[in-house]
Design a protein around this ligand. Structure first.
Ligand code: T1G
Length: 696
């Protein structure tokens, strides 16, 4: 018997306990162990079988590490069908997160009980797949088409109470899974309960599947697996069970071969790998219980909100009592949103805004905090003043962090007597919502301070990425390049609106010009002015965006930018002044505008992103290609099903991309200088993924 499934007899009940930490993934040994356990129970004359998970959870799904490799027997659908076909009464006792194949195993058993904290779901769409072990055929029989499609196409988890109300489980009981399972199985035996095979239940009532397919595709922003769920569930209505399972298998296998599946599984593992830094192994973070935040503007109050929501005490410093109260208002507004969304109880809201938050105008109030995050005006002189004060008042060992989005952390550290304690913690607005945190490591930053930055990121529920010091670190540096590429496309003939449409077609939620309107055009304007004195004369920099700002058009915050929001239409309508400015500039530059297809636009935009990303990795600003991928996914809305720009590049083929870049360089050699790392990988026939593997 495989130790992945431990076998035990308790009276008439055979107990199969999963023992495959950390999440009882349904790897080959587990699958084989389940079948062997069922067969042994039947051979020994048991009357019932109890299946549950040892450790932290019932089966959390198929073993994702097996995907992309040749499937090994026994296949999971066959395991599910074999469990259900047993003449014995088969019971599941569920805890933790029964997900994907885990829930498919559970609904193949005849009865299901769960502890109150159990959660379950079919999250396969988050991996670019659909449930592939009969879930699309059994769940609709249990809960109906519409409820099962909601669970499958969103991939969301449901809690035990919701599962009970839906009919996914039969009961909820306090206690250890083994104990509540044995009790329930014995009750069923004593009551003479019949086997209850879900596959023998009547096919679910159909819906308008064409409409459901189209609606699902429309809201999936280019991702295809949610709509494939609709096709699989349709098979559950149209076909006998066994044929429905075959139809599901065919759809599953089709998706297994897609780039979207590759991209999303890359994202799944990279999201976990990105905060695992070999150089931090064995390095203990410093204790952080009380945080100081300096500056209560949008960023400062967002950061304070994130810390408060994570149970940390916060001392927020502002210049005046009025500014401090305004910050409190922003924080209470942020928290109030969480209460409205049911993410925060009123009691917790009261505790946070009552005790955990302290406002002050005196630096002395920071004398006892463990870590300070500065979020004041983005000007080096102001930052240096703040850090000089912090150096004077903060206790020894306090970590001094700046939330700056591009300024030099080494220069900031140099104005203190404790350079080892200084680090960058770059949050993204809104800081209590956006998951990305760039942990910017300066030359002198101590390893335990880096570890503290990552520990804080984990506590705040962030995806933390280690970044080196350069203008814009990882994300904003790459953003500046692909935004410039978009500006060049506009000068040469494309319109901002065509570019936005092309990039939303690629999978971004918003195109670059709509994003600029959202963030505020004055930010880019200030950056261009800041960089102008040191700009290389070969750099093509359009002037139409500056003219747009000079007319007071800063985007959504002023009601007009690339788009005009006056009509209240979501997303606004094109602002006619923009094309006038663009056409005037083209005329001034003697540019005859040319046609670009959407494909041309995507190709250039992405080539510029990949090229700069390769420079960022090559220079060591990002440790690995996956660090760039996670930065773009969690901070810049890069479509998850493409895995990230460098995963996408690998799937496109690096030689073709390099050829494109060399071709574009003939038009503008300065902007399109190929990244040395990209040239090296192409010369050596390697991929960015190879670098990820080497760095693991
Ligand atoms: N396979 C392999 N490894 C897995 C895994 C899985 N399904 N789930 C987690 N891990 C690893 C993870 O990489 C990490 O490894 C460690 O376990 C802890 O995970 C046929 C096709 C269960 C909610 O999509 O959602 O079934 O980094 O850090 O925050 O229809 O893991 O320590 O080396 O995330 O407590 C469907 C995916 C699969 C569930 C726990 N199931 N996992 O979260 O820990 S497809 C899923 C999760 C499928 C069938 C289809 C979460 C979790 P390491 P963690 P956590």
């Amino acid at each position: 018997m495989s130790e992945a499934i431990e076998y035990e007899r308790v009276g008439d009940i055979a107990v199969l306990k999963a023992n495959n930490p950390p999440v009882n993934a349904l790897g080959m040994d587990v699958r084989a162990g389940l079948i062997a356990g069922v067969e042994r129970a039947e051979a020994e004359g048991a009357r019932a079988i109890l299946i549950y998970g040892g450790g932290r959870t019932y089966f959390a799904g198929a073993d994702i590490r097996e995907f992309g490799k040749p499937p090994t027997k026994p296949y999971l659908p066959d395991v599910c069908n074999r469990i259900e076909a047993s003449p014995l009464l088969v019971v599941s006792a569920m805890h933790g997160t029964a997900l994907g194949g885990g829930l498919e195993i559970a609904v193949s058993t005849h009865y299901r009980i769960a502890v109150p904290s159990a959660r379950m779901g079919l999250p396969e769409v988050h991996l670019g797949l659909i449930p592939g072990a009969t879930g699309t055929q059994r769940l609709p029989r249990l809960v109906g088409v519409e409820k099962s499609l909601d669970i499958m196409t969103t991939g969301r988890q449901i809690n035990a109470q919701q599962a009970l109300e839906l009919g996914v489980i039969d009961g909820i009981a306090e206690g250890e899974p083994r104990d509540i399972g044995l009790t329930y199985a014995q009750e069923l035996l004593d009551a003479g309960a019949p086997r209850r095979a879900v596959s023998e239940m009547p096919a679910p009532a159909p819906i308008d599947f064409d409409a459901a397919y189209d609606a699902t595709l429309a809201r999936s922003r280019g991702q295809i697996s949610p709509a494939y769920c609709v096709r699989a569930v349709k098979a559950a209505c149209d076909l006998p069970f066994a044929e429905g399972v075959a139809a599901e298998r065919a759809l599953f296998r089709e998706l297994m071969e897609t780039d979207q599946r590759q991209g999303m599984i890359h994202a799944f593992f990279s999201e976990r790998a990105v905060s695992k830094l070999p150089e931090l192994e064995g390095v203990a973070p410093r204790d952080v219980n009380a945080i100081g935040v300096i500056g209560g503007g949008t960023m400062g109050s967002g950061i304070a909100t994130a810390c408060l929501l994570s149970g940390l005490n916060v001392v927020l410093l502002e210049m005046t009592p009025e500014a401090a109260e305004a910050a409190r208002g922003r924080i209470e507004g942020n928290l109030g949103g969480a209460v409205k969304r049911g993410k925060l109880s009123q009691d917790k809201y009261d505790a946070i805004t009552g005790k955990a938050l302290t406002l002050s105008t005196e630096y002395a109030a920071l004398s006892d905090v463990d870590l300070v995050i500065e979020a004041v005006f983005e000007e080096m002189g102001v930052k240096k003043q703040v850090f000089t004060q912090l150096d004077a008042v903060c206790k020894r060992g306090a970590v001094l962090a700046s939330n700056t989005s591009y300024l030099d952390i080494d220069e900031i550290a140099a104005c203190t007597s404790r350079r080892g304690d200084v680090i960058g913690l770059h949050f993204f607005s809104p800081a209590h919502v956006m998951k990305l945190l760039e942990v910017v490591v300066a030359d002198a930053t101590a390893p335990d301070v880096v570890a503290t930055g990552f520990a804080l990121g984990k506590k705040l529920g962030k995806v933390s990425v280690r970044a080196g010091v350069c203008d814009g670190f990882i994300g904003n540096r790459i953003l500046k390049t692909y935004r410039t590429c978009a500006d060049h496309l506009v000068l040469d003939g494309a319109s901002p609106y065509q570019i936005d449409k092309a990039m939303t077609g690629f999978g971004f939620a918003m195109g670059p010009f709509a994003v600029a309107d959202l963030a505020g055009l004055d930010i880019g304007w200030a950056t261009r002015k800041r960089l102008a004195p040191t700009r290389d004369p070969r750099e093509r920099v359009p002037t139409y965006p500056d003219k747009l700002c000079e007319h007071g058009n800063f985007g959504q915050k002023t009601g007009k930018g690339y788009y005009d929001y006056a009509g209240g239409k979501r997303g606004g309508v094109p602002n006619p002044q923009v094309m006038e400015l663009i056409e005037a500039e083209r005329a001034e530059l003697g540019i005859a505008p040319r046609e670009f297809s959407d494909e041309d636009i995507v190709r250039r935009y992405m080539a510029s992103m990949v090229n700069e990303a390769a420079k960022v990795v090559g220079e060591g600003i990002a440790r690995r290609p996956l660090d760039v991928d996670m930065t773009l996914l969690f901070g810049y809305g890069f479509p998850r099903y493409n895995g990230g720009p460098l995963k996408w590049a690998d799937m496109q083929g690096l030689p073709a991309l390099l050829d494109d870049i060399c071709g574009y360089a003939e038009e503008d050699a300065y902007f399109w200088q190929p990244a040395p790392l990209l040239e090296q990988l192409v010369a050596e026939g390697r991929s960015f993924d190879d670098l990820n593997k080497e760095a693991a």
